[in-house]
Write a protein that binds this ligand. Sequence first.
Ligand code: SAM
Length: 475
Amino acid sequence: MIKYDPKSLKAEEFINDSEINETLKYADENKDNFELIDSIIEKAKLRKGLDHREASVLLACEDEGKLKEIYALAEQIKKDFYGDRIVMFAPLYLSNYCVNGCVYCPYHAQNKHICRKKLTQEEVKAEVIALQDMGHKRLAIEAGEDPVNNPIEYILECIDTIYSIKHKNGAIRRVNVNIAATTVENYRKLHDAGIGTYILFQETYHKKSYEQLHPTGPKHNYDYHTEAMDRAMEGGIDDVGLGVLFGLELYRYELAGLLMHAEHLEAVHGVGPHTISVPRIKRADDIDPDTFDNGIDDETFAKIIAIIRIAVPYTGMIISTREGKSVREKALRLGISQISGGSRTSVGGYVEPEDEDESSAQFDVSDQRTLDEVVKWLMELGYIPSFCTACYREGRTGDRFMSLCKSGQIQNCCHPNALMTLQEYLMDYASPETREIGEKMIARELLNIPKEKVRKIAAEYIEEIKNDGKRDFRF
Ligand code: SAM
């Protein structure tokens, strides 16, 4: 039997099938053990996280009273660590050429009716201008895996183009990258190109299912895919983003695997994942989500988010427009810290929205509101939409970012940065109604900066943004 070892660099040892199965058995046996559950909740209240076994017990628990306690704690931890700030981003699809056979993804190589597209640098430029004109400052670039059509040189060229475009007051200040698992050498090139987070969804941690769901192409190799984050870190990338595609396998197996992956990164590299994403399978060209047996309902989805929140309090959580308004609203309360807005999942979709029958899209978007509508909605819910990218530009990545979180200085740093970037958004892109709500929010929230000196400087910067046309202040 393969032995479980979080420090190992071998996929099957740090994501260990027997350890997960034993964890699930332990969780089943203890799902009504209120003494144990209470002690786990007490431990979570210390805000130092939970391990995969503890989190799995909470996930197995069905007692309404205990679940209420877990949700309340998730909400509190969310507030304590992230305040009311929600970071905004948008995906940018560069190319849907793909040589893999992922059975849940419309990009799969056998799909002959999806319209294949790859942006030229001119088209990248036009997409970025459209995104800047919406108000975005942070992107996640996405591409299929195709060494001929989308080699690393193409991705690097696109990143350069994206960073180079300064349209009116716009700028993309952070490019996160979601491309297939690659080599240490290529990760080093991405690092040198100045990317933010490297994001790679595991899809499923269950090796056998993984191999069946990825029957052909380089992505078939479970070990290579699972060990990608270690190579990324070896290549100098400090911030990595994990995720599973919920619906492919049993969600309890996935949560245990996801947390074991986080524990592994912490054990080996001294820093856990920067973010965790929680995508669910969606309808797409050639893809019917109902053909997958492990879909989860909205209640279970919320429970997973709450448990991730209390298990890894320092890890940001991302929800995309795969989810609609009401699911997003609940998810924000329970732990999500980053959301996309105004997203298009088709290649070139920001400049030219596509007809359904010639779609190149990756999945159907459930939240079709504009960025301005999402920003306004967030503020009406009491959240502060943040376009901040300061940490990574100030070199606060990896463990340096984590120590900022742990120092309790976030309210003197992230909070004013959120307000200043929101003020930029209001000046340059917001509708009059959004601007009015935002101005009131900023005036109110400035008072919540604890340090007097920081409060005073932030207020001055905000005046300069408003009255002198200045931009890009940061703490
Ligand atoms: N090609 C890259 C890779 O192999 O990791 C990543 C880019 S892919 C554009 C981004 C993610 O979209 C995938 O990792 C997968 O989890 C998700 N995805 C694929 N098909 C989907 C579907 N039908 N519904 C929802 N998400 C999907």
